[in-house]
Design a protein around this ligand. Sequence first.
Ligand code: NAD
Ligand code: UD1
Length: 337
Amino acid sequence: MILVTGGLGYIGSHACVALTQAGERLVVLDNLSNAKRSVLERLRELCPDAILDFCEADVRDRGALARVFAAHRVEAVLHFAGLKSVAESVARPLLYYDNNVGGSLALVEAMLAAGVERIVFSSSATVYGPPLSLPHREDHPTAPHNPYGRAKRMVEELLADVARAQPGFRYVALRYFNPIGAHPSGRIGEDPRGEPNNLLPFVTQVAVGRRARLRIHGDDYPTADGTGVRDYLHVMDLAEGHLAALARLRAGGGSLVANLGTGRGHSVREVLAAFERTTGVRVPFEVGPRRAGDLPACWADPSLAERELGWRARRTLEEACRDAWRWQCDNPAGYPD
Ligand code: NAD
Ligand code: UD1
């Protein structure tokens, strides 16, 4: 059985579906700090009989973790639970160190106490900071430039130290690039609270009429069309990366830190064009100033994941746009309360 922390969130919920399709049985733990309970109903609908237990608890709650590990024979943990706003982490660093580092520490302690020695951790391309060269490779130096990214790097280091000290303990830290899209059923997707920070949810909310226009954050970057370039990958490809990581750990493979991205960058204008082409919906926009803290361009070298995990992103940007749009049309206001 697999314990999925943060399993009601955007990526965790898609991973639950991918795991279920692969025949896994799951226990989900989430404190609902950034998810609605109705996600669980949708998951139960998409994953009949696969979710054996849902525990509404904080991953920092050592008592709750001990109870979960006592009640279920957990073989491995997928650890998605965490806060993810860069801007909030700058304003409230202690919250991020407590929730994201403290939560991971409590989880690993509870795992070791219960004899559970395999974990897949949600890291981020943010750990790289400004690139020395592109694409980002795992052996590039890390220089995160905000507390969110530093907390991710700390957890990677924590896992590496535990793996060195504890024979048998093995982990895979996955450095996600930019997940977008939704499950093709349209039943689960990305449902940000308030104004979306990320590009694609903003685009879909404009397209569905919830917002007047997209603001492009700067078109004077040193990129082909002046707008920011990112490595967007379909969230179901990302979810499947976790299956590959789990398979590696089961097969006795060693600990690993790997990028999950497509290896291709797309500009904001290219994403807009792909969305309009795929959906036939026009998205009004205006060009504003650059967003503080943004990088001109960022994309992955995903070859290590292909070599070590046998994983690569298969879905196209157009498929991600189509699936994000289906989710947005079927759920214009997001998940029900
Ligand atoms: P999300 O906010 O949708 O999901 C995170 C889930 O964890 C939420 O359901 C939230 O309620 C839960 N959670 C948060 N703190 C918790 C705690 N202390 N105890 C229990 N549950 C808690 O975010 P997401 O986009 O699904 O991201 C999942 C993970 O991937 C996060 O660790 C995030 O930092 C990382 N990540 C995300 C992105 C991205 O673009 N979405 C990129 C890189 C890395
Ligand atoms: C942001 C986070 C990053 C996180 C990632 C995925 C910041 C500074 N960085 O990065 O840590 O890992 O999300 O969750 O918050 N854009 C617009 N208009 C918008 C929104 C975005 O033009 O309304 C542009 C951005 O300038 C960027 C691109 O779209 O060029 C992608 O933005 P976004 O989705 O926020 O991802 P990141 O900038 O990679």
